[in-house]
Design a protein around this ligand. Sequence first.
Ligand code: FAD
Length: 299
Amino acid sequence: MRIDETLREEGPTFSFEFFPPKTAQGEENLYAALADLRSLEPAFVSVTYGAGGSTRSKTIEIVKRIKEEWGLEAMAHFTCVGATVPELRSTLDEMRDAGIENVLALRGDPPAGETEWTKTDGGLEYSRELVELIDGDYPALAIGAACFPETHIHATSAEDDLEHLAGKVGAGVDFLITQLFFDNAFYFDFVERARRVGINVPIVPGIMPITNIEQLERFIRLCGATVPMRLVLQLERYRDDPDAVVQLGVAHATVQCMELLARGVPGIHFYTLNKSPATRLIVSALRGRGAAPASGPPR
Ligand SMILES: Cc1cc2nc3c(=O)[nH]c(=O)nc-3n(C[C@H](O)[C@H](O)[C@H](O)COP(=O)(O)OP(=O)(O)OC[C@H]3O[C@@H](n4cnc5c(N)ncnc54)[C@H](O)[C@@H]3O)c2cc1C
């Protein structure tokens, strides 16, 4: 099932993101989280593509397994990192042969320790080129792409970033998923600016429940998202109380999701980090309040 169709026909959707684990224990944790979250009937799940393209076959293997053995729609993330165009094509062939119908087309980040992005010789510079490649030669694939309510961390300006995003969407993107954010004002403002420049595809907000302060600090260093001062102060109070941090993180994300749904988002994509409890609590609370379907028009 193509995710763009699901978003159009069934929204608002819930979806869950996982990453390919590196160890046997990690793999066990992933499938345990999946087993727990499956009962929440997500519209789809997605599996990331490791930094440096390091999880190429693992990503495809997990997506295929989730589709075939778990009966869930699953999307593969895919980046331009470390691959020539023929290599990118060969991975796309593999995805098509594995029955994958949805791909999140990304540029990827510079390798660990580097801040400057340099394209691989014979590879692609921007995700837009990957979108063009998929749209031209793999028309059966639904194409998702990333967007950044607080602007991409290495963009030259918010205006430039939005202009590049509009070009990328025009090249064949069917839906967008946002980088995580902790203040909904960024999302609403971004959607408004995006609509003004003619970006009309669904923009699904990405939500990460905070469960660990050190991990949160690492993420925001990497992606540049900001945490509202009120929340920072509350988190500081609980720095030595991990359970209280989880409770606060779940409460904050639940309130965020309630407002997003009330204002008609097409769905919510949860960054689960391969753990189920926080996401389960939030989705259960939202379902308990009859959070779907939304009343407003899809954004
Ligand atoms: C939902 C989501 C999922 C993700 N999943 C993964 C994953 O699985 N694996 C992974 O490695 N990373 C992942 N990322 C991170 C992503 O790869 C990085 O954020 C990366 O730095 C940007 O990717 P992009 O596809 O947005 O790049 P692009 O769209 O290529 O943009 C990158 C930068 O280039 C600029 N730009 C674009 N076009 C032009 C142009 N023509 N001229 C000049 N500048 C331009 C943009 O403004 C931006 O600053 C994910 C991010 C999100 C939001």
